[in-house]
Design a binder for this molecule. Structure first.
Ligand code: NI
Ligand code: MN
Length: 226
């Protein structure tokens, strides 16, 4: 499983040749200077919730690539009205796709579409294939529901957690979240994009290391193989 960071909460995950794009917010991301959405290939686009900093490039990429949208019912419904095709899920549900299994799990946040339409309840995803399992928390506070993930899913190989604070949990809670989901391999997201979510990466890295955990801050465009 290859995990490429595209900035903010956006990732491109490759599983056995299938490209799974997560929360594309690329063309309007002020800290992205290297990734062009016209270069991205996607077979599926997973959307954690409806906020603009997670869905801004879904329509353009979805129309061009014919990728299938996977999200909650309300988000999928909104994009299907724009001509995209989708697979609607809801909290607690899992479904086996051709690349692996996806489970839509709880997140504590809000969700409205860019035009103000109700975006359903926000979520995260656990994705697993035969060999690897990853949890993408999405925008969320620390929540006790994270303890359900190791009870219901295969052992996690990595977890993508927000660490920027203000709109989501900060790094202190991300360390606890890593305990709750029983995975010490953390990939950071949702930080540094704008001033209110600026973080001290060196400090956070030291704090994680002191707890026996590994946190990775990928550069935009950088890939980590799990
Ligand atoms: Ni959000
Ligand atoms: Mn966000």
């Amino acid at each position: 499983m290859k995990v490429q960071f595209l900035g903010h909460g956006s990732f491109l995950i490759e599983i056995n040749g299938t490209n799974i794009l997560i929360d594309p917010f690329i063309s309007g991301n002020p800290s992205n200077k290297s990734i062009k959405i016209t270069d991205l290939e996607a077979d599926y686009i997973l959307i954690t919730h409806g906020h603009g900093d997670h869905v801004a490039d879904v329509e353009a990429i979805g129309i061009r690539t014919k990728a299938k949208i996977i999200s909650n019912f309300e988000v999928v419904n909104w994009f299907e009205k724009k001509g995209l095709s989708g697979h609607a899920m809801n909290h607690g549900g899992k479904y086996q796709f051709d690349f692996g299994t996806v489970k839509y799990v709880s997140a504590i946040h809000s969700s409205s579409m860019p035009d103000g339409t109700y975006g359903g309840n926000p979520g995260g995803f656990v994705i697993w294939s035969e060999s690897k399992c990853i949890y993408i928390a999405g925008d969320t506070a620390l929540t006790m529901d994270m303890k359900l993930i190791p009870m219901l899913c295969p052992t996690l190989d990595a977890v993508i957690l927000p660490v920027g604070d203000n709109f989501t949990m900060g790094y202190e809670e991300a360390m606890i979240a890593s305990d709750f989901v029983e995975c010490n391999e953390v990939i950071a997201c949702h930080y540094d994009t704008m001033d209110v979510i600026k973080v001290d990466k060196d400090h956070i890295t030291k704090e994680f290391t002191a707890k026996g955990k590994n946190i990775t801050f990928l550069n935009i465009g950088q890939t980590k193989t799990i």
